[in-house]
Design a protein around this ligand. Structure first.
Ligand code: TPP
Length: 545
């Protein structure tokens, strides 16, 4: 026998959690005490629950286990909703553990502080954005409920919700069993693989498109092996940017439709068979296509389901499908030797006294990575995410589909904790206004991210869509000056020479976060965002009468 709190913590660890992010409150204080005193998992408190959620999400994306966010009832949990919605949208398995009133309080007749409508409104809200929920109000049944919920988080790669009433965290209970993920239905698997291979054999110009699930299920290497076996060129989606960093021999680049490199766009749009693995079929990934994703040429594996044309195969997890496809593909003696696409990412930035343009940021970072090796990256929403598309394909956590601002800095903290490496964060000034303060927690936690803040004093991405609106003008907050007070170093740079030098200094200077505030003119975006906006406007333009 153990306590409910210890059983939950051990269960989390067994199912792949490596750390906890959170903010305590009275309804979760007893559980927080157990977190601290048991030392089962390390914990990191941050300043605001959205940051907690983003950090847990990014950590899950990087270490491919479970992210954990622990918050108090109501005020804490509701503050986490947006981050968990984003994790759901982008299939990141974040475990939300929320404190809750105890049984006596529930029946006491008072409205309870932090309560919104009914006591269970919180549970109802999280039902919408998690794939399974457990309320631990019965210590006898709790281990089984925890096991089911954690298995589902792993199996579906989606967030789950666990509510821990504060009067029961010390109750005696048994250990949480570890339930294995359910395997594929063998009949469906065989038929599905056969149909896919038959279609690929007929195809003149097939392509493989990969997205977030292949990282969530730790199958990037397996996917590369499949691409080699099938001799398929591979592209990532926008949300999948940074995948298969280690498989440069098969990965051509990122498909951005009208905004992307024309050769990659042709590879996808001229394809007569597309094998989409773990792909979120969203507007950010496909709206700029000149051609519909018609069922005729599409084979899509996502969410343990495979659609081939109009056929749907249920209970076929993607990793089983990939193994089966490799198993059924005869090995050729001599690979066909397809010509590899080598895309020209900008580099070799002139360190002169000209003002910095957004795309110069990408060139300077490519140069930095050439000199010192790549760093794991996190990016926010805004032009910074399009700048990231101009950096060599590098592991990246970013909200490419949900597109919520405020992700970048706390995600960088999550990446630093998950990888134990120094991350590079890209963020705009609007997004930094939302969650940049979380940098103040780096010193306490021994983290030293490099943050490149693109300050155009503007919600520039919105201006790009609607240039006539003055409300997109922001003030100049002089962020670099705030950095020392938060425990880091700050530099404001305006020329390309200053920026290159500041990046180099940041790399040399370990032990505290480095904030480089890159001053950019309003009205100027990266080349990739400019193409994205133009493509988007063209798609939305009314058809000629
Ligand atoms: N609120 C949230 C949480 N997420 C959003 N995506 C938006 C609002 C709408 N939005 C999209 S881009 C953007 C806004 C407000 C402006 C981003 O500004 P900034 O971070 O400075 O980056 P920039 O566009 O200037 O590159």
């Amino acid at each position: 026998m153990t306590t409910l709190a210890a059983a939950l913590l051990e269960g989390l660890k067994e199912h792949g959690a490596r750390e906890i992010f959170g903010i305590p409150g009275d309804f979760v204080l007893p559980f927080y005490k157990a977190i601290e005193e048991s030392r089962i998992l390390p914990h990191y408190t941050l300043s605001h629950e959205p940051g907690v959620g983003f950090a847990a999400d990014a950590a899950a994306r990087y270490h491919q286990g479970l992210g954990v966010a622990v918050v108090t009832y109501g005020a804490g949990a509701f503050n986490l909703v947006n981050a968990v919605a984003g994790a759901y949208a982008e299939r990141s398995p974040v475990v939300v553990i929320a404190g809750a009133p105890g049984a006596r309080e529930r029946a006491g007749g008072f409205l309870l502080h932090h309560q919104a409508r009914s006591i269970d409104t919180q549970l109802a809200v999280f039902r919408e954005i998690t794939c399974d929920q457990a309320v631990l109000d019965d210590p006898g049944r709790a281990p089984e409920a925890i096991a089911r919920v954690l298995r589902n988080a792993r199996e579906q790669s989606l967030p789950v919700y666990i509510e821990a009433p504060r009067d029961l965290v010390g109750a005696r209970t048994a250990a949480v069993p570890t339930l294995a993920c359910r395997p594929a239905d063998p009949g469906a698997l065989a038929e599905c693989a056969e149909e896919i291979l038959a279609r690929l054999a007929q195809a003149r110009a097939p392509v493989m498109i990969v997205d977030v699930e292949i990282r969530r299920y730790r199958i990037e290497a397996k996917t590369a092996k499949l691409a080699r076996a099938l001799e398929l060129p591979v592209v990532t989606t926008f949300t999948g940017r940074g995948l298969m960093e280690e498989a440069a021999d098969v990965l051509a680049g990122t498909y951005l439709g009208a905004a992307g490199h024309p050769e990659i766009t042709r590879l996808v749009e001229d394809a007569d068979a597309m094998l989409l693995l773990g792909v979120i079929v969203s507007d950010t990934n496909f709206a700029l296509s000149q051609r519909q994703l018609d069922a005729q040429r599409t084979m899509l594996a996502v969410g343990r389901e495979v659609r081939v044309g109009h056929h749907v195969y249920r209970n076929v997890p993607i990793e089983y499908l990939e193994d089966e496809l490799v198993r059924r593909t005869p090995r050729r003696n001599k690979p066909a030797g397809r010509k590899r696409l080598v895309l020209p990412y900008p580099r070799g930035l002139a360190a002169d006294d000209r003002p910095i343009a957004p795309s110069d940021v990408a060139a300077a970072i490519n140069d930095l990575f050439d000199r010192h090796g790549k760093m794991p990256m996190a990016a926010d929403m805004g032009d910074c995410l399009f700048v990231a598309m101009e950096i060599d394909n590098t592991a990246l956590a970013a909200p490419g589909y949900y597109a919520g601002m405020g992700f970048g800095v706390p995600a960088g903290i999550g990446v630093a904790v998950a990888t134990q490496r120094r991350p590079l964060v890209l963020v705009g000034d609007g997004a930094f206004q939302m969650t940049g303060w979380e940098l103040g927690n780096c010193r306490r936690h021994g983290l030293d991210p490099i943050v490149v803040l693109l300050n155009n004093r503007s919600w520039e991405m919105l201006r790009a869509f609607q240039p006539e609106s003055a409300f997109n003008d922001l003030d100049d907050w002089h962020f670099a000056e705030i950095a020392p007070a938060l425990g880091g170093t700050g530099e404001r740079v305006t020329t390309r020479r200053e920026f290159a030098a500041a990046l180099e200094r940041a790399v040399q200077n370990r032990g505290r976060f480095a904030l480089i505030e890159v001053m950019l003119p309003r009205g100027r975006t990266s080349d990739t965002l400019a193409r994205f906006v133009a493509g988007f406007k063209a798609v939305r333009a009314p058809a000629p009468a």
